[in-house]
Design a protein around this ligand. Structure first.
Ligand SMILES: Nc1ncnc2c1ncn2[C@@H]1O[C@H](COP(=O)(O)OP(=O)(O)OP(=O)(O)O)[C@@H](O)[C@H]1O
Length: 320
């Protein structure tokens, strides 16, 4: 687990913020002194429960709203000051793509491309076809966008973000509202895009999504950064949960408590708890000595949820 420190002078960071703060007019402190550092080439998961300040941060990063304090750099350039120069190198998908329902998927992309003054009209059609292929919409490209499923609309939004080569993709809750199949498709696509060398910064309130897709993560809680680092480091840093399966849960609970297992939860024949320091083989032996029939005994690798709970003292699905 890593302390919430940034690498302020790290020029290789694709996104870097120092003390980034947003207080809305009503007085709400949505983002509080955020120090974020997103390494080039990472798939970076910006994780937090609803209302923890993710969208507000993304809007500041893209220059859509002004910070109340602190600084943000995107691809090494200060935002919002360098927005005109930087944003063409960044693909973004925030709060669902703006689409014309009466146009086909292909026509929507042609319009997007035409709105980009740097896009060469002579190669427009080819660019659009490549983007449609990229997101798996080539076969449905002639359908009107209003007939698209939510997942297809998200893919079309991604295609729009991919019309030009991008160094960085910023995706705000890209799987929000999708069914499990749609989620799988978007996650697979994100992995592919990262494999092509783009840095991907995506926000999510889904812990398992971050664990499945991301190499790095920053965890937000009530506008503050709780921790950031690689997903692997975080899971390794937090202590896993002890899990015991036994047909004698009552007696097992007594022994485990006596031996210092805390936060013990019994669910049928399974008991889980925070293991005490020391040799777990000894704990197992104590159960057996007390006549507890042990079917399974082990420590589960910590999840990001365990990390979150241990750092904030709260469950993950708290409302901001
Ligand atoms: N325009 C606004 N004016 C006032 N308060 C706002 C505004 N936008 C967001 N907030 C508040 O700021 C806090 C952070 O919201 P934000 O949308 O950034 O969080 P989030 O982590 O992206 O959550 P969600 O996933 O629900 O969008 C919330 O308490 C929210 O109510």
């Amino acid at each position: 687990m890593t302390e919430p420190t940034a690498a302020p002078e790290d020029d290789s960071a694709v996104i870097s913020t120092q003390g980034l703060t947003k207080r809305y007019r009503g007085g709400q402190l949505a983002v509080d002194a955020l120090d974020l550092s997103v390494p080039r080439g990472s798939v970076f998961g910006f994780l937090g429960p609803n209302g923890s300040g993710k969208t507000t941060t993304i809007r500041m990063l893209l220059g859509l709203i002004e910070p109340s304090g602190g600084t943000a750099r995107l691809l090494g350039e200060p935002m919002p000051g360098s927005a005109r120069r930087v944003l063409p190198r960044v693909g973004a998908l925030i709060e669902g793509p703006a689409l014309y329902g009466f146009l086909s998927g292909r026509e929507n992309l042609l319009r997007y491309d035409a709105a980009d003054p740097t896009a060469d009209p002579r190669t427009r059609a080819a660019r659009v076809e490549t983007a449609l292929e990229r997101v798996g919409l080539a076969a449905a490209a002639g359908k009107k966008a209003r007939a698209y499923s939510l997942g297809m609309k998200q893919r079309l939004g991604l295609a729009a973000a991919l019309l030009q080569p991008r160094e960085l993709l910023v995706l705000d809750e890209p799987t929000n509202g999708l069914d499990p199949q749609g989620m799988r498709e978007i996650r697979a696509l994100v992995r592919e895009l990262a494999g092509d060398g783009s840095t991907v910064f995506l926000s999510s309130h889904l812990l398992d999504e971050i664990e499945q897709v991301c190499t790095h993560t920053a965890v937000m809680h009530r506008g503050r950064l709780v921790t950031q680092g690689t997903v692997a480091e975080m899971s390794a840093g937090a202590r896993g949960r002890l899990a015991v399966t036994t047909p004698d849960p009552g007696e097992a609970a007594r022994v485990l408590k006596e031996r210092g297992v805390s936060d013990l939860v019994t669910d049928g024949e399974e008991l889980t708890g925070d293991p005490p320091p020391g040799d777990l083989a000894e704990l197992n032996a104590a159960l057996v000595r007390a006549g507890v029939r042990v079917r399974a005994f082990g420590v589960r690798r910590a999840s990001l949820e365990d990390v979150f709970v241990s750092l904030t003292g709260e469950g993950f699905d708290v409302a901001g």
